[in-house]
Design a protein around this ligand. Sequence first.
Ligand code: AMP
Length: 307
Amino acid sequence: MSLLAVGTVAFDAIETPFGKTDKIVGGAATYICLSASYFTKKINLVSVVGEDFPQESIGMLQQHGVNTAGLQVKMGEKTFFWSGKYHNDMNSRDTLDTQLNVLETFDPVIPEAYQDCEFLMLGNLVPAVQRKVIMSLKNRPKLIVMDTMNFWMDIAMEELVKTIAMVDVLTINDAEARQLSGEYSLVKAAQKILTMGPKYLIIKKGEHGALLFNNKQVFFAPALPLEDVFDPTGAGDTFAGGFIGYLANTKDISFDNMKRAIIFGSAMASFCVEKFGTERIVNLGKEELDHRIQEFVNLVQFDISLV
Ligand code: AMP
């Protein structure tokens, strides 16, 4: 079953307590596609870059089985650029710069060959563009997952709320859940956000794991306690890519299967943070992925008898 991934393909400049990068290739859709490629090989990308974007990086995505027919390359324009600096705890960061560049005028075009997609991952992007993608599909996908961030809550809340109303699963972090709902308690925030349209809400809590809510159930997945977190950039997108990639591969969108998908997403994210940018998730082996999944199982498994 094919997966359509939409989101930024970008240049990032990252600063963490461990070091600093110049412009490296990043972007929400880049992380999503790479991560999902470990679960499904039918990935179609819709995004935009400028003339300055390296052809080798497009080739790298193609080598992971990503169809880039929907990646527009705008001659004479510059790729979206984001720069961020992490604090010592690595759980919070400041955005130093966001240059929309090609995103300012981005009009997504869905190639005819993408129309049969059954899973849609709307990565972090202008909310109106995310919505246009949904409306450009002739048939509604089996599952629409959407990610977003505080940046869009700050500058485009009205558009964002309209888009959220159209999706099945929303993934945001704890601070964003609070900002979106106006509630401090994450349980109350989830209840409120679930009335805004999505049937499921995933609240990511960085090194403290992730929560999955629907209106009846809640599931918690831990994050793997890692000795060193090198660079958290893209962890949320990598999580989302693993989550939807696993669902697309198993074709099962039940709550129970979403629990498994969250573990696969969390495992992918745990690799992502071990090196700068996409470096760690470009070349993962099946054995190390299986081993990490087992580590998650061991982390939460216990016997208990109630007397
Ligand atoms: P994450 O760490 O999961 O929040 O994702 C970081 C990625 O999101 C980086 O590679 C950035 O290029 C991309 N990004 C940062 N700000 C935005 C934004 N406002 N819209 C879309 N993508 C963004």
